[in-house]
Design a protein around this ligand. Structure first.
Ligand SMILES: CCCCCCCCCCCCCCCCCCCC(=O)SCCNC(=O)CCNC(=O)[C@H](O)C(C)(C)COP(=O)(O)OP(=O)(O)OC[C@H]1O[C@@H](n2cnc3c(N)ncnc32)[C@H](O)[C@@H]1OP(=O)(O)O
Ligand SMILES: Nc1ncnc2c1ncn2[C@@H]1O[C@H](COP(=O)(O)OP(=O)(O)OP(=O)(O)O)[C@@H](O)[C@H]1O
Ligand SMILES: O=C(O)CCC(=O)C(=O)O
Ligand SMILES: [Fe+2]
Ligand SMILES: [Mg+2]
Length: 334
């Protein structure tokens, strides 16, 4: 109980402090792993959900993998909902449907095979149900606390590579796209909709990179082209040690928004599917990214909002406030 109150205080202090770090790191958790060596936690809250090992692992690595969290039946339902959208059986407000850049201009690819990514499916009940699954939110709460917003939703249908290597997703930090803070109260849930492995382009992560700061992002100079908004960390070191997250259908990884990650190309004939949601504590606050490294993505998003909706008065923060949906607790700030 004590520790829950301490965690709330941490959030408040951080809020006032603005810069994350020192204040929180000095708190000591009551639920420490060892009684003799009290452990302080920065990236996880006190709940009875994570085992001490899982908690330490997230603190150290910036991600945890939970096997078999989403049922095959639920995944089948998400797959059906995705198919319906691709066949244009339903029209959805706000939904962004992205084709791979290497097939965008081809008139021969249609339906599901043409869609690389659905974004912002908050108005598709059959897909948004993923973001409300209790077994997912149970884990999310360990990072966000009790007031939870689903800020960004995606279904990724990584296509077989056309030979131009455009099915790759460059190494990046998701925080680059976000106009809210603090980072430690944001988490991504990413669920494999089928077996994902190195061959079909599983997630690749740099363990521990969440302890660093937000880096400069830009389009990588890739010969075969690069998808819209696929920014990568500018000074990516290809020799840094990486972990390939091979997962079975239903396995779910939760990761920190500063964790550097990407995915390799899909060298199979199948479409590699995953569904994901970025959650944030509703107690987070919006920031102005003017003059920061995030200005480039902010301009691109505002430009897209203008082309899609014809409004040029939306700020980057507005685009987030309009898309975010409360999934648990109270909508306190975001
Ligand atoms: C109510 C609030 C308003 C909200 C505003 C909307 C905001 C949406 C945005 C996204 C925010 C991103 C947040 C991400 C957060 C988490 C971290 C995730 C990391 C990522 O995944 S980043 C990558 C995300 N990518 C996108 O979001 C891409 C968004 N999609 C698009 O912008 C459009 O789909 C696109 C690519 C412009 C295509 O537009 P569309 O109208 O569907 O296509 P056309 O066929 O008309 O083509 C137009 C033009 O674009 C070229 N094109 C097509 N596909 C691509 C592509 N994949 N990459 C690059 N270029 C592409 C096409 O060839 C055409 O070119 P012309 O030269 O002929 O004009
Ligand atoms: N120059 C680069 N800048 C940014 N990210 C890169 C760069 N080169 C590769 N990556 C990223 O590194 C990750 C791994 O890339 P790669 O395509 O080599 O896949 P892989 O899983 O290592 O497969 P393989 O088994 O073929 O090596 C992907 O996220 C990829 O987009
Ligand atoms: O599913 C993938 O390939 C990773 C996508 C990703 O990291 C993202 O869209 O932010
Ligand atoms: Fe990402
Ligand atoms: Mg490689």
């Amino acid at each position: 109980m004590m520790s829950r109150a301490a965690d709330r205080l941490k959030v408040v202090l951080n809020h006032l402090d603005g810069s994350h770090g020192n204040v929180r790191a000095s708190f000591t958790s009551a639920q420490s792993v060892s009684h003799h060596h009290p452990q302080s936690f920065r990236y996880t809250l006190d709940t009875d959900i994570l085992t001490p090992e899982q908690r330490l692992s997230y603190e150290e690595n910036g991600f945890i993998l939970i096997r078999n969290l989403v049922s095959a039946e639920d995944i089948e339902k998400f797959r059906k909902a995705f198919e319906q959208i691709c066949k244009r059986e339903v029209k959805v407000p706000g939904l962004v449907v992205m084709k791979d850049v290497s097939i965008a201009k081809s008139e021969f690819v249609e339906g599901e095979k043409a869609v690389t990514k659905l974004q912002d499916f908050q108005e598709v009940p059959g897909l948004f149900r993923y973001c409300t699954l209790p077994q997912i939110l149970k884990y999310v709460e360990c990072f966000t606390g009790p007031n939870i917003m689903a800020m960004h939703t995606m279904l990724i249908n990584k296509p077989p590579d056309t030979g131009k290597r455009t099915s790759r997703h460059p190494m990046h930090q998701d925080l680059h796209y976000f106009a809210f803070r603090p980072a430690d109260h944001i988490v991504c849930a990413w669920t494999a909709m089928e077996k994902v492995h190195r061959q079909n382009g599983c997630l690749v992560v740099l363990p521990g990179s969440h302890k660093g700061s937000l880096q400069e992002h830009d389009y990588p100079e890739w010969e075969g082209g690069i998808n819209k908004m696929y920014h990568g960390v500018r000074n990516y070191d290809p020799n840094h040690s990486r972990v390939h997250l091979e997962m079975e259908k239903g396995d779910t990884v939760f990761f920190h928004p500063l964790l550097i990650h990407g995915s390799g190309m899909n060298q199979t004939e199948g479409f590699r599917k995953a569904i994901s949601c970025h959650y944030a504590s509703a107690d987070c606050y919006y920031i102005d990214v003017k003059g920061t490294t995030q200005e480039n993505i902010s301009d691109e998003v505002k430009d897209l909002a203008f082309r899609k909706y014809g409004v040029d008065s939306l700020s980057f923060q507005d685009t987030w406030a309009l898309r975010g949906r409360l999934v648990r607790g109270e909508r306190t700030s975001l």
